[in-house]
Design a protein around this ligand. Sequence first.
Ligand code: SF4
Length: 887
Amino acid sequence: MNHYTDLFKHLGSGVTVLTPNRRLSATLQRDYQAHQVSQDQKSWETADILPLFSFMQRLWQDYTIETPNPASLPLLLTREQEHLLWEQCLTHYDDSLSLLQRAKTVDSFQSAWQLLHEWCIDLDHPDFETADTYRVMQRIAKQMQRVLFKNNWQSLSCLPQLLISLIKNGEIPLPKQLYFIGFTEISPMTQLFIQACEEQGTLVYCHHHPHIQGDDNNKKLSLPDCQTEILTMARWAKATLAQHPHARIGCVVPQLTAQREQVASLFSAVFADDCASFNISSGQYLSQYPIIHTALTLLSLHQTTISREIFCYLLTSPYLGEAEIEYVKRANVDKHLRQHNVSEVSLRNLLNDQAFPISLAIYAPLLAKRLAPFFSMLDQLPSSQSHYQWAKLFSELLGLLGWPGERSLLSEEYQITAAWLKLLNQLAKLDLVTDNITYQHALAILKKNANSTLFQAKTPTAPIQILGTLEAAGIPFDFLWVNGMTDRAWPPQPDPHPFIPKKLQHELNMPHATAERELHFCKQLIQQYQYHAHQLIFSFAEKEEEIEIQPTSLLNKVTAIKATQLILSDYTAPAAYLFATRKIEMISDAMAPPIAIGEEIKGGVRVIQDQASCPFKSYILWRIGAKPLETPIYGLRKQDRGRWVHRTFEKIWGELRTQEALLNLDSESLSRLIHTTIELALQDFPHAYQDFKQYLLLEKKRLYQIISAWLVSEKNRPTFTVIAQEKKIAISLSSLTLSTRIDRIDEIDHQQHLIIDYKTSPYHTINHWFSTRPEEPQLPLYLLAEEAKTVGLAYATIAARESGWHGVSRHDTAIKGIRPLAKIDRLNTTWEAQLIAWKAILHQLAEDFANGIATVDPKDLKQTCLRCELKSLCRINEEITHDSSSI
Ligand code: SF4
């Protein structure tokens, strides 16, 4: 039975029903219509049901229309206008606060101001003198009063007071009867309002629910954790709806705004086949919707540089002009920026500078076409102008960028863009209270309002309502579940307002002032739920983030039940559901098609290296071309540092050529040569790196030290001549021809050659050359290409921690670290025998690759896969789950 049936009998002309919120008004309105239908009524007068504050605003509007001299009336400010006034009053008092601190403090002032009015507290009350914070509040509030008075403005918080004096003077016509429904408490100002209405002959009824004790239809339930609690509630709601298709079901979540994502995700998982059955009352802040987030991000492009992440977010956003046509090109811009290790992007550079790192005009011409007039409009902006002009300009700027895109908007997106226009409208209205402002300030206001405006798209009425605690109060439900009934939240710790004297709050029993008041309020709320719900379940989680929690003592008398006593819908977690419904088709993917005639293979010696470590990896990287996206870092990447060393040596030996020339240089000339070549080598890097001046200075110092030390060691080895650097070679293996470069070849003795590979980390070892699956087959491969005169292969390891030669030779070269192969006992081979072995191994690997062998077969499950980024593609972890932990 609906407890409002009696009320509905009284509704009609001259009767107004007032509620604390819109949701209860809408529910009562719907229930009233259903009641009329159930009474076989064919037509009826619409009931006047609305929230109390809307009623007051309506009274004021009607009065301003009817009054003969509306210009003399005070102008009611909007919340945003009032916020700006508070901000000005605060700045007037203390201008040292940051923008963020100021916004938060203003919010606090505004809420204190509202409480002071609702609880009829005089700003001259002596308790304001008892602490600095109260005194500050008092002074700023008085400043606010002066500004309001001077301009004949009025704050929304003063509206009840304004109306009361007009009602008392008989200047406002009132309904004959007023019903206050669903109020958990009535503030002193509302009581004065009621009193004034009664004095004018209006009959006022406050609907009080009777005290409920020991209701058998109330149950309490403990569940292991918050996640299980919400999930069980969702399963209960689904099962209850299946049993009672016409029932009204409520689910109360106390922290609904904070937990919205979790609640939405769990309910969607449970109601996978019927998401229209539930509705979540809490919306999200406007700025959290991608379409608005994109708009605000676009307007922030006035900054000199933006992070690559933000730019790439825009590149892939569907809310920009030509996003769909140019999607692939824009994604490619992201890829290129990553490859160039770009962390910060100057859009103007991308537009104008064709050299670095890419030109938008070439890579994403349609986007470039949009951005050019956007920046040109930004360049012509005045330093300050009115809010209205900024609001208009923001719209124009977004229009230039094609926001919100070409595709048809979904219903929700359409409603969000309408809310965006309201935000701009709010901004424009601020001209009333303040002067011209800058672009940055106008954008900051817009962002702040988008961050604090909750929005929820209108959806058809659903049988299951998910609500916050206050919203659910007073609404009749057939079945209601209230979760989060822990002793921490019911009642919560007292939390008096910091800007209102505590003593006063205590005496006046103001919201959150004392433990007793919190307890009383919670009892009232529980009573409301109990009164309006036929079946009621209270639940609580036993643990929160591993901390044990207790149920509220307010439910001591409520009978406890177990989850097993509830009827719950079946539920399978989405991942398990997908797994259970899988249809398996076995496809052997170990063999790819053989390389076709004319198929170009990039990758050089990496092809063979990867084939040796894992055939699947080589296939994916060098035939499919699927490479992980790089993640830029600030400063030089490891490969950049290596490249710098390589380039520096290339330039040094390009000039010196022989050891003799090196030995002939005095220390000063050598030092100069090293410095100059380090500088010259740096010029080969993209000029964005040049911005890291201090960092590069340190890096140059480090380079100078390791290069100087290395050249000392070069002086001390037997005579040599550098005969080739960065030599391009083509290695023919089986049907493959691999192109690569050899770092350096030295002639060491009687036209015999030593092949050198520079390494800038000390982890490379010759042990990686000798197996049927060599981890580093690079130098053996070079040997196959330069077999005739080569007598040695070596890594030149040039690192701060460890420098030196690591290599093997045909005979003794007298270079420390390069050992004749025949003398390495553990290898048990000779130069000639090893050459034959390498030929066989490397040819076989090349043949496997050419034939399309692509098995998921890492050489060493842990080591090989550890840094490989193809795990999600090869699914090695799924293969080994039965065996051990994943990699
Ligand atoms: S993760 Fe391991 S198995 Fe998978 S492709 Fe890489 S190396 Fe091969």
